[in-house]
Design a protein around this ligand. Structure first.
Ligand code: T68
Length: 807
C-alpha cells in the first residue's frame, strides 16, 4: 500500500484519540502499540476483503493447511514490512518522538507451536500469501501457548503462557461462522426399508467452534490470506426445543468443553495418547471441513467437484481424522455414495510426514477412539475393511503383511497408515528423510503406492529471517546486488561474486560484529554474564531432545575445560557457547541435560583458570522472537543430530542465510546445505547413514568400549559422576548410565572423536579471516534455494494443483 508520512501521522493521532481519548505526546508505549496495531488492521482489511472476494469470484482453487500448530511469531513488524510501509511508519513515528522498535517490543509472541513443525506452518503461510497462492491456515486458538521457561538454580521451571491477557489486535471473531462439533454418543447403521443403511448418531455432546481469523499479508502484492483458528465454546441452546434440559447438562460440561482449546500440548516429536489431544484434533478438523464445504456450496459449486476447488493439506498425522470426517460430511450430510465420497476425499487430501521416530507416530486405542468419535470410528472401520481387500488382492493370504499395514490392528487405529491410504500425496521434508521413508519406515506403503511418495524439502521465509532479523545485512545486499532478492530470494546467489572482495568481506564481518554486540548486551542483561564479542559465537538452539545431541556439545565443552586445566597454556580461540532449548515438561532426561549445561556454565564461567577462553550461556525461554536475535549474531551453527533422526531441520537454513557456518552431521537438510555450499564451506563430521542403520538393525555398538579405550571420553564421563562438576550428583549419574549402561542410543560417544576434530577444524578456519568471511558469504549467497517461497511453489504445482494468481 502507499501512504505518506503526513497521512500516517494523522491516522495515528486520530486512532489514538478514538481508542484512548488521549494525545500522542501523553501516551504510553502500550497505547502506542495498540493504536498502531488496530490501525494496521484497518489498513489491511480492505485488501483482505478484496482478496477473499477475488478467490470466490473466480472460483480459484484454495489450499487449506490443516495444522495443530502455527508458530507465527510477532506480527506487527512483518505486517508493516509486507505492506511496504515499514520505513514510512518508522520515520513518521520518529518525527512524533516515538520509537518503532520499542513499540514492536510490546507485542507478545504467541507461542502456538512447539518447534519446527509449527514454525514451518507459519513460514508456509507467509510464503503462500507472498507468492499469490490462495492459501488458508486451519488450526486451534489455544488460550495458553507453549509454556514459558524459567531457569531456577539451573533447572527448567514451566509457567503458563497467557498470551491473550491483553487484546490480540490481529484477530477477528467471526461468530456468524461458528459450527457445531459432535463428540461421544452412540452411532450405528440402521437398515432402511429398501435394504440400504442409514447412519445414526445419537446422544452426542455438542461443542461450538467459533473461528477467529487473522490476516496473512503477502509481501507487497495486494494479497491477504486467512489463518482461521477455532475456539471451543458452550453452544447456545436457545433455538433448541429441548433447550433447558440440554443447557443444564452443557453448563456442567462447560469446563470440559472449554478445555479443548485451552492449552497446547508441550510435546515435540512425541505422541500424546490422551483423549483431550484426540478431542483437539477432531475439533479443529471437523470445524474446518464443515466451513470449507459450506463455503463451497455457497459459491454454487457442485460437491462432486470439491477436489477441483479445494486442497486440504494434513500437516503430520494430527489432522488425520480429516479423512473420515470429510467422508462423513459427504455421505451423512450430503447423501453421497461411498465410492464417490472416497474418490473426492483421496483427491482432496495430501499429507506430510515430519519424523521417522516411532515414538512420535500417532496410534489411538480403539476403545478410547470409539467412545469419543463413534461415527468416525465406524467410517474408519469401513476404510480399513476396504483397504484390507486391496492388501489381500496384492499379498494373497499373507496375513502378517496385511496386519502390518492395516489401519486398525493390534487394538489401535494407526494414523499414518490412514493418511497414506486416504490421500493422493505423501511427502517427506528433506531428500534424505524422504528416501528413508521409502526404503525403511514406510517401505511397504511405498511398494503399494509408489506414485504417492514425493519430497518437498522444507524452507524458511527470508522476509522474517533475513529482512526483518538482519536489517544491516539486508542493506548491504541491496547496495551490492540490488534489491531483487527481496522478491526473488534465489537472486541471493548474485552475492557470491563478492566472496573475495576485501571491502565487502570487511562489511560482512562488521555486520556480524554489530549483531554480536547486541546479543552480548542482551546476555548481560538477562544472565549477568559478560561475553566477549571477539570470541566465536557457537550456537545450539532448538528443542531439547536426546537425538539433537545438545549432550555431545556439552561433553565437548567439558573436554576443552579439562584440556585447559591440564595445560594452562592450552591455546584456543576464545569461544562463547550459546544454548537455548525448552524440554517437554515430562521429558526427564532432557531436563537433566539442561541442568548439566547450566552447572557446567556456572563452574566454567567462574573458574579463573579458564581465563575467559570459554563462556557458556543458556538463554531461557527460547521463542521465535529470541531466535530472531540470536541467529543473526551466530557464527557456528550446531546441527549435530544423530544421522537419520532429524527429518529436516529448519534453523540450519536460518543460520546459513545469516552467514553462519554449519557444523553438521549428514542428517536431514544438512545434506542439501552441503550440496549447495560445497565441502569447503561447511564442516561435516560423524557417522554416515549406512553405519547408523547398520548398528540399529544388526547391533554391534558398544559404548563402554569407547569409554574404556578413549582416555578423553573416560576423563569427561568420570567427571560427571565423581563430583568434579558441582551440583549434578543425580544428573551426572543418569547421564553416565544413559551413555554407558544403556549403550548410548544416539551414538554420542561414537561421534565424540570426529566431533572434537570438527570443532578444531572450525577454529582453524576461523583464525583465517579471509577464509572465514569467504565461507560466510558463500553461505549467505547459497541460501536462496531454502526460501519457503520455493517450497510452497513446489507444493502448489506438484501436490495441490493450485494456480498462482497474477495481478
Ligand atoms: C520437526 N518435527 C522435525 N514435531 O523434527 C524437523 N511432533 O526435523 C523438521 O524440520 C520440522 O518438523 C519441520 O518439518 C516437529 O517439530 C513437532 O513439533 C511435534 C509436535 C507434536 C507432536 C509431535
Amino acid at each position: 500500500m502507499i501512504i505518506t508520512k503526513e497521512q500516517f501521522k494523522k491516522d495515528f493521532e486520530k486512532k489514538m484519540l478514538k481508542l484512548y481519548a488521549q494525545e500522542v505526546e501523553d501516551s504510553t508505549v502500550h497505547m502506542q502499540y495498540f493504536t498502531l496495531g488496530y490501525l494496521m488492521k484497518e489498513y489491511i482489511s480492505e485488501g483482505w476483503a478484496k482478496t477473499t472476494n477475488r478467490y470466490t469470484k473466480y472460483g480459484e482453487k484454495q489450499v487449506y493447511y490443516f495444522s495443530i500448530e502455527f508458530l507465527l511469531g510477532r506480527l506487527l513488524a512483518s505486517n508493516l514490512l509486507n505492506l511496504g510501509i515499514r520505513n514510512t511508519v518508522s520515520d513518521a513515528l520518529k518525527d512524533m518522538g516515538l520509537s518503532l522498535k520499542e513499540i514492536e517490543d510490546v507485542e507478545v509472541d504467541p507461542g502456538l507451536g512447539n518447534g519446527g513443525l509449527g514454525r514451518l506452518a507459519a513460514c508456509f503461510m507467509d510464503s503462500m500469501a507472498s507468492s499469490g497462492i490462495p492459501g488458508n491456515g486451519n488450526g486451534i486458538r489455544y488460550k495458553y501457548g507453549l509454556f514459558q521457561q524459567k531457569i531456577v538454580d539451573g533447572y527448567q521451571v514451566e509457567l503458563p503462557e497467557n498470551w491473550l491477557r491483553d487484546d490480540n489486535v490481529w484477530e477477528i471473531r467471526k461468530s456468524d461462522k461458528a459450527v457445531k462439533v459432535k463428540f461421544y454418543g452412540d452411532a450405528w447403521m440402521k437398515p432402511r426399508e429398501d435394504g440400504s443403511l442409514e447412519p445414526i448418531h445419537t446422544d452426542y455432546q455438542e461443542v461450538l467452534a467459533v473461528p477467529y481469523d487473522t490476516a496473512l499479508v503477502g509481501y507487497e502484492n495486494k494479497t491477504v490470506n486467512t489463518l482461521r483458528l477455532w475456539n471451543a465454546e458452550v453452544p447456545n441452546y436457545t433455538d433448541d426445543i429441548q433447550g433447558e434440559l440440554n443447557f443444564n447438562k452443557v453448563l456442567l460440561n462447560k469446563r470440559e468443553i472449554e478445555s479443548i482449546s485451552e492449552v497446547l500440548y508441550p510435546d515435540d516429536s512425541h505422541h500424546e495418547g490422551r483423549v483431550l489431544r484426540l478431542k483437539q484434533e477432531y475439533f479443529f478438523v471437523s470445524a474446518g471441513l464443515q466451513s470449507i464445504v459450506a463455503q463451497h456450496k455457497d459459491a454454487g459449486h457442485p460437491l462432486s467437484e470439491l477436489h477441483n476447488y479445494v486442497a486440504v493439506h494434513i500437516n503430520d498425522t494430527h489432522p488425520a481424522v480429516a479423512i473420515p470426517e470429510l467422508m462423513r460430511i459427504l455421505m451423512d450430510e450430503e447423501g453421497m455414495e461411498w465410492a464417490e465420497a472416497w474418490h473426492i476425499t483421496q483427491n482432496t487430501m495430501s499429507y506430510t510426514n515430519h519424523t521417522i521416530m516411532s515414538e512420535a507416530l500417532e496410534k489411538w486405542q480403539i476403545d478410547l477412539f470409539k467412545e469419543l468419535l463413534p461415527r468416525i470410528y465406524l467410517i474408519i472401520g469401513e476404510i480399513d475393511r476396504r483397504f484390507r481387500e486391496i492388501l489381500s488382492s496384492k499379498f494373497g493370504e499373507d496375513q502378517n503383511q496385511i496386519e502390518k499395514m492395516a489401519i486398525i490392528s493390534g487394538g489401535y487405529v494407526r494414523m499414518a497408515h490412514l493418511c497414506i491410504h486416504g490421500t493422493h500425496s505423501v511427502n517427506g521434508v528433506a531428500k534424505l528423510h524422504t528416501e528413508l521413508l521409502k526404503s525403511q519406515e514406510l517401505r511397504d506403503f511405498y511398494m503399494l503406492y509408489p506414485y504417492k511418495f514425493n519430497n518437498k524439502t522444507n524452507g524458511i521465509t527470508h522476509r522474517r529471517w533475513l529482512m526483518l532479523a538482519n536489517p544491516e545485512l539486508s542493506d548491504l545486499l541491496d547496495e551490492t546486488i540490488g534489491n531483487s532478492w527481496r522478491r526473488n530470494p534465489q537472486d541471493l546467489k548474485l552475492f557470491k561474486k563478492y566472496k573475495r572482495d576485501p571491502e565487502i568481506q570487511k562489511k560482512v564481518e562488521q555486520i556480524k560484529r554489530n549483531n554480536k554486540e547486541k546479543l552480548a548486551a542482551y546476555i548481560k542483561e538477562k544472565n549477568g554474564i559478560i561475553v566477549d564479542p571477539n570470541s566465536i559465537f557457537d550456537v545450539h538452539v532448538k528443542r531439547l531432545h536426546a537425538y539433537k545431541r545438545q549432550l555431545l556439545n556439552a561433553l565437548h565443552i567439558l573436554h576443552q575445560y579439562h584440556e585447559i586445566l591440564e595445560n594452562p597454556n592450552f591455546e584456543m580461540l576464545p569461544k562463547t557457547y550459546i544454548f537455548a532449548a525448552k524440554a517437554a515438561p515430562g521429558y526427564y532426561f532432557a531436563k537433566e541435560i539442561i541442568k548439566f549445561i547450566n552447572a557446567l556454565a556456572e563452574q566454567i564461567n567462574n573458574d579463573p583458570r579458564v581465563e575467559d577462553r570459554i563462556k557458556i550461556v543458556f538463554l531461557e525461554n527460547y521463542s521465535v522472537t529470541l531466535a530472531e536475535q540470536i541467529i543473526p549474531a551466530s557464527e557456528v551453527s550446531e546441527q549435530i543430530s544423530t544421522t537419520t533422526k532429524e527429518a529436516s531441520g529448519t534453523s540450519n537454513m536460518k543460520f546459513m542465510m545469516n552467514g553462519a557456518v554449519t557444523l553438521a552431521t549428514l542428517d536431514g537438510a544438512n545434506v542439501e546445505i552441503l550440496e549447495e555450499v560445497g565441502h569447503p564451506n561447511i564442516v561435516i563430521f560423524g557417522m554416515t547413514e549406512k553405519e547408523v542403520l547398520n548398528y540399529y538393525r544388526n547391533g554391534g555398538y558398544n559404548s563402554r568400549e569407547i569409554y574404556e579405550s578413549d582416555a578423553r571420553v573416560k576423563r569427561v564421563l568420570d567427571s560427571l559422576t565423581n563430583g568434579f562438576i558441582k551440583g549434578i550428583q543425580v544428573e551426572g549419574q543418569d547421564i553416565f548410565k544413559n551413555l554407558i549402561d544403556y549403550n548410548d542410543e544416539f551414538f554420542v560417544l561414537k561421534d565424540f572423536d570426529s566431533y572434537v576434530a570438527a570443532q578444531k577444524k572450525m577454529e582453524d578456519l576461523y583464525r583465517d579471516r579471509f577464509t572465514w568471511n569467504k565461507m560466510s558469504i558463500e553461505n549467505i549467497s547459497s541460501s536462496g534455494v531454502f526460501s519457503s517461497d520455493v517450497t510452497v511453489m513446489q507444493y502448489a504445482s506438484g501436490v495441490w494443483d493450485t494456480r498462482i494468481i497474477e495481478r
